[in-house]
Design a protein around this ligand. Structure first.
Ligand code: 5GP
Length: 188
């Protein structure tokens, strides 16, 4: 997605350890017009799939996901990173956070992720695929089918993309970063 690539090159910042900072337009301050275009592109790429629900993970996946469902008129549910005491029929799994370097338990209610669901999972970044594999596990527990996974940015030098594609999951990433060596952003 050309507009997104240009924005990453213009406003993205590189951090040691292979971290790309996009907090001026994606995951802290957000550009709603760019987010809307991102949603349209996700919809275009997955138009061949029968999807009845969007699932994302808090916090940074929520903005693109809500834009997608606003256009598609579908429900959206987000995986929570803290276990609420009041959640009914909780499904949970453990995910390792790349940016925070710690494990945490994520959860979703079986009331909102069911065997009837054919979902599109959306998130801001795909790095090692830990969050996405957590989603795979939750979908398996619930009986929901994953029709595809869409990421705003995939870092191809980390292994998540390979892992998911080898599992047969349809993965679409709107910008692919080939490397961040010497703190230079190389976009495919
Ligand atoms: P993964 O689970 O694929 O290893 O990492 C994906 C999650 O970690 C994303 O939800 C995102 O929040 C965070 N993340 C991974 N890499 C980056 C990065 O380079 N920059 C930012 N801002 N977040 C990242």
């Amino acid at each position: 997605m050309e507009l997104l690539k240009q924005r990453i090159l213009q406003d993205g910042r590189c951090y040691p350890g292979g971290i790309l900072k996009v907090d001026s337009f994606i995951n802290h301050q957000m550009d709603p017009m760019l987010m809307y275009k991102i949603a349209e592109e996700f919809i275009r790429r997955f138009q061949d799939r029968k999807i009845n629900k969007i699932v994302t993970i808090e916090a940074s996946g929520i903005a693109p996901a809500i834009m997608v469902v606003y256009i598609m008129h579908l429900p959206v549910v987000f995986v929570k990173k803290k276990k609420p005491k009041t959640m009914e029929n909780m499904l949970s799994t453990v995910v390792h956070s790349f940016t925070k370097d710690r494990d945490y338990t994520v959860c979703i209610s079986n009331n909102f992720l069911t065997p009837e669901d054919h979902i599109l999972f959306i998130d801001d970044f795909l790095a090692y695929g830990n969050a996405a594999m957590g989603m795979v596990e939750l979908a398996e527990q619930s009986g929901a089918v994953i029709e595809g996974m869409g990421f705003i940015i995939e870092k191809a030098f980390q292994d998540g993309g390979n892992l998911l594609r080898e599992k047969g999951i349809r993965v679409e990433s709107l910008a692919i970063i080939d490397n961040l060596d010497d703190c230079k952003i190389t976009v495919r």
